[in-house]
Design a protein around this ligand. Structure first.
Ligand SMILES: Nc1ncnc2c1ncn2[C@@H]1O[C@H](COP(=O)(O)OP(=O)(O)O)[C@@H](O)[C@H]1O
Ligand SMILES: O=C(O)C1=C[C@@H](OP(=O)(O)O)[C@@H](O)[C@H](O)C1
Ligand SMILES: [Mg+2]
Length: 181
C-alpha cells in the first residue's frame, strides 16, 4: 500500500466525533506514515486550547490558524492528517487538501452525539441543543464533504481498527480512478 500511495498524504475530513483523530493515528501507523492532527498543531502554536481560541479570539481567527497549518503541512509527504470538522468551509483549504487523497468519514448524527455527549472540548457543541446543532452543521457541510475522493460510511459498532482497514482496502480503487483522469 505504501508503494502504491507513493508518499501521497491522506487527509481525513468529516464531522466532529466521527473518529478522524483516532482512525488517522492508526492509519499512519499501518502505512508507516507520520501523523498530524491540525487541531493539535493549532493548540501548540497558539499555546491555548481550542475552547480558549474560540472564546478569546473567535471562530474566524481559529479558521485562519487552521488554514495556515494546513498550508504548511501540505508541503510534506508520507503523512496522515486528521483535520478539524470545519476545514472544508474555506475554499482555499481545498487547494491544500487536493495535494493528497481526501477521505470523508461519515457517520449518522446519533453516533456523533453519543460519542461527544460528555465532551466539552468542542466549542461549537456547547449549545442548548447539541443534536440540532450537529444536524445543522452537517446539512451545511455535507455538500462540501462529498467532494472527497473516498466516502467511508461508519456505523455505530465498527472499531477504529476496522475502519482503518476499510480505508486501506478502498484506497487502490481511488488511486486507479485518479490515474485514469
Ligand atoms: N470507531 C469508534 N468507535 C467508538 N468510539 C470511537 C470510534 N472512533 C472514535 N471514537 C471515540 O469518539 C470520540 C471522538 O473521536 P475523535 O477521533 O476525536 O473524532 P474527531 O477527530 O473526528 O472529532 C473519542 O472519544 C474517540 O475515542
Ligand atoms: O467541526 C468543527 O468546526 C470543529 C471541529 C473540531 O475538530 P474535530 O472535528 O476533530 O472534533 C475542532 O477543529 C473545532 O472544535 C471545530
Ligand atoms: Mg479530531
Amino acid at each position: 500500500m505504501n508503494n502504491l500511495l507513493k508518499g501521497v498524504n491522506l487527509y481525513l475530513i468529516g464531522m466532529m466525533g466521527v473518529g478522524k483523530t483516532t482512525v488517522g493515528r492508526l492509519l499512519a501507523h499501518q502505512l508507516g506514515y507520520g501523523f498530524i492532527d491540525t487541531d493539535d498543531v493549532i493548540v501548540k502554536a497558539a499555546g491555548k486550547s481550542i475552547n480558549e481560541i474560540f472564546t478569546e479570539e473567535g471562530e474566524a481567527a481559529f479558521r485562519q490558524l487552521e488554514s495556515d497549518v494546513l498550508g504548511q503541512v501540505c508541503a510534506y509527504t508520507k503523512l496522515t492528517i486528521a483535520t478539524g470538522g470545519g476545514i472544508v468551509l474555506r475554499q482555499e483549504n481545498w487547494g491544500y487538501l487536493r495535494h493528497g487523497l481526501i477521505v470523508w468519514l461519515d457517520a449518522p448524527v446519533q453516533v456523533l452525539l453519543k460519542r461527544l455527549a460528555e465532551d466539552e472540548t468542542r466549542p461549537l457543541l456547547q449549545d442548548s441543543d447539541p443534536e440540532d446543532k450537529l444536524r445543522s452543521l452537517l446539512q451545511q457541510r455535507q455538500p462540501l464533504y462529498s467532494q472527497a475522493d473516498l466516502h467511508i460510511t461508519i456505523t455505530d459498532n465498527q472499531t477504529p481498527e476496522e475502519i482503518a482497514t476499510r480505508i486501506l482496502e478502498a484506497i487502490p480503487s481511488v488511486l486507479k480512478n485518479q490515474n485514469q483522469n
